[in-house]
Design a protein around this ligand. Structure first.
Ligand code: FAS
Ligand code: PHB
Length: 395
């Protein structure tokens, strides 16, 4: 079989790339390990940067986002019994973020691709890529009905996440990995209860970090810092709520509780793989980099990658290889800015297991500086709301 671009992975990166290519008249086939239902239900990110929202609207994906998305003009930083608001709009000249879950972004993208006649093969197995050093790379996979398929492509996009098969195909002699694992993880819950806050609360506490986020006016999303090897089986709903109550407590404020609808534990790491290209294989999203979720960057970074990849592939397929040749360099500035900011937020707010008084004092000093200095608060606001305009690259 034949297509122009084979895409491995139907997460935000693969789906958005397929959509952006279709807008350019380029056909693609997306192959996905999991079922549609699984991809649409997988609880992950919740915050879209200013530029990501604009990108989705500009590419015809803004309808439900505009109906259901919750625009937030800032966040709260909480520490030492105080809660301080960081006003993004005031500090960045009007930029904001929008709370709109990754599950909804994925639903919108899948629906759009199917409506446009796009090809997404769910529940495939034994995916492999080959002939990447030729201009006819091959994507092989087995369909859910057992049919073995071979797709001859002009290019292949590895959008298959951190545990995918594409990045490992790059020769060790070529691949450079820069990584840091954190000595903690995030336990996340989805709760059937109205949020107890209007905007996100990032709380530093001696027992560990806590985050109060949300999904709608009736559903809350909350996170707890836990040990790196914690099992969700050790965390009853009561134990989770008790810990959240302790870490988010503030005089005169009450955290409302409700039924826990979903709970999971996510490890935390900073990870950057370069180059993001090998012959006719291009990596995008979590396949190339991972950030700790404290900066709410992962999803936004994945979408930024494919916003650069779509025009690069368009030109490559028309015999103009320049943008493809600079794809890695184009992405890396934003990758490292997001990686640094995510690390900065994480190290400021999380207590290292066995962390000493020096760590506590440095963190409190940094937090106090950020909430009391316009320069400090502006730096956080600029990074959190996103980087210079995420525009569709002009050809
Ligand atoms: P994804 O991992 O989303 O998608 C990759 C897709 O490829 C998956 O659907 C997978 O099934 C498929 N795949 C893998 N191997 C394959 C194969 N061999 N063949 C075919 N398909 C294959 N980011 C935030 O900003 N905030 C958060 O709170 C947050 N929480 C997270 C929680 C968890 C548990 C994880 C893992 C990530 C979280 N992230 C968060 C980051 C997350 O949102 C990612 O940045 C985002 O999903 C990246 O999108 P993709 O690059 O498309 O990768
Ligand atoms: C979420 O709502 O899932 C969320 C929000 C902000 C973060 C991480 C996760 O930094």
């Amino acid at each position: 079989m034949r297509t122009q671009v084979g895409i491995v992975g139907a997460g935000p990166a693969g789906l958005l790339l397929s959509h952006l290519l279709a807008l350019r008249g380029i056909e693609s086939v997306v192959v996905e390990l999991r079922s549609r239902a699984y991809c649409e239900a997988r609880q992950r990110a919740g915050v879209l940067e200013d530029g990501t929202v604009r990108l989705l609207r500009e590419t015809g994906l803004g309808a439900r986002l505009d109906q259901q998305g919750l625009e937030h003009g800032g966040i709260y930083l909480q520490f030492a019994g105080e809660r301080h608001h960081i006003d993004f709009r005031e500090l960045t000249g009007g930029r904001s973020v929008t709370v709109y879950a990754q599950t909804e972004v994925v639903k919108d993208l899948i629906q759009q691709r199917i409506s446009d006649g796009g090809v997404i093969e769910f529940e495939v197995t034994d995916t492999e890529v080959d002939h990447l050093d030729t201009d006819r790379p091959v994507l092989r996979y087995t369909r859910s009905d057992g049919t073995r398929c071979e797709l001859v492509c002009d290019a292949i996009a590895g959008c298959d996440g951190f545990h995918g098969i594409c990045r490992p195909v790059l020769p060790d002699s070529l691949l450079t990995i820069t990584e840091r694992e954190y000595p903690y993880a995030w336990l996340g819950i989805l709760a059937d209860v109205a949020p107890s806050t209007d905007e996100l609360i990032y709380a530093h506490h001696e027992r560990g970090f806590a985050l109060h986020s949300l999904r709608s006016c009736t559903v809350s999303r909350l996170y707890l810092q836990v040990g790196p090897d914690e099992s969700i089986d050790n965390w009853s709903d009561d134990r989770i709520w008790a810990e959240l109550q302790c870490r988010l407590a503030l005089p005169g404020w009450r955290l409302e509780q409700g039924q826990v609808l979903d709970k999971s534990i996510t490890p935390m790491r900073s990870f950057v793989a370069t180059p993001m290209r090998y012959g006719r294989l291009f990596l995008a999203g979590d396949a190339a980099h991972i950030v700790p979720p404290t900066g709410a960057k992962g999803l936004n970074l994945a979408m930024a990658d494919v916003t650069a990849l779509a025009p690069a592939l368009d030109r490559l397929l028309r015999g103009k290889p320049e943008l493809a040749g600079s794809y890695t360099a184009t992405c890396l500035d934003r990758v490292w800015r997001s990686t640094h900011f995510s690390w900065w937020m994480t190290s400021m707010l999380h207590r290292t297991p066995g962390g000493d008084d020096m760590e506590m004092a440095l963190q409190l000093s940094q937090l106090r500086y950020v909430v009391s200095s316009r320069a400090g608060a502006t730096s956080l606001a600029e990074n959190y709301t996103g980087y210079p305009q995420l525009r569709l690259h002009e050809d």
